[in-house]
Design a protein. Sequence first.
Length: 375
Amino acid sequence: MISFVTGNNVGTNTTTENTGETTLPLLRQIHPLPVSGATFITISRISAEGKTESVLGVRVMERSSGNILDIPLDGSNTLRITNTTFPGVEQLYWDGDVSHMFARHLDVESGIVTNTFLKVIPGKEDVTGTEEDESQGSLSATLFPQQILSATSSPDGKKLFTLTSTSSGSEGSTLPIDGTGVVKKIFSSPLREWLIEWTRNDTIYLSTKPSSGIPGYAYMISSTNGGRPEKIVGNIPGLTIHMSPVAHLGLIGSAEKKSFFLSLFSKGILTDMGFDTLPEKCAWTENGARVYCGVPIFPEPAPYPDAWYKGLVSFTDAIWYANIETGEYTLLADTGAYDTPPLDIIHISVSPNGQFLLFTNKNDGTPWIFEITKQ
């Protein structure tokens, strides 16, 4: 039986008697410890026959150690990429080839958030014969001295957009995610409390900080030169958004009277989705044709999204799918049927081949996989 890491006795492998092949559970925890971030990666390795092969995997940073791990999704052994200690990263943004990262770390004692550019230094063949394992890579770190309010990365992973506080409000700037190059100011506002996302390479989205029942507004700006913000929607109570990679298409969340609702925004028109959740619990496919969401099962009445952000309530989610082109929506997985702990889905993404969903369980910070194609 192939070794597979799971937690809480969830996702145990089974072996088919006739073929001897190991069957991995469709919904499974892929690492038992909390992570600072996780992203899909193509892993190159040498097969048992001595040939170079590629396999889809997930690269994670352990929150407790800062070590980088590559986890193949075929159930084979996890690979430790770095052994540099860099614990406590709260937010992590990867570049396109996952060799550079931008990390945000909260110092608990001082309450100060530090921002650091990280680079993976690959290991080399261990030929010294000493106790030091030279095959283990390391992390190099360069401190970003500027204090920022928030950050997000471009879809291609090449750039960051950061918000900084000013005496008159806030400023937004772009810069290369590897820490080289020029910081370019493209946005200014008298407001400081914005939520930001960058889901199209040419467009950055900003929405006012949400609170239950309070009218919110969302805007978009050019990622190249900013320009005058263009309003997308406004006067929506408890507004949250998650825009698609396609222009004029996104998910709009609203919340009031201790409930939340989800709508599809398409070319200026809002229509109800077939289920209700918070937009940040959803992931778009690259062409914007489909969206996958963690949908709370029987959420308790509370002032959303505030109560969820503050950790006053948590969810047990089902996984739903919506075909935007046909209007079809389908329940893919009732997580209770998989004998899992409660799964409150965040940081969800779709694999490049469209076969897997990757997400973090907000309840304990561990990474999970759901295999879409074997439904």
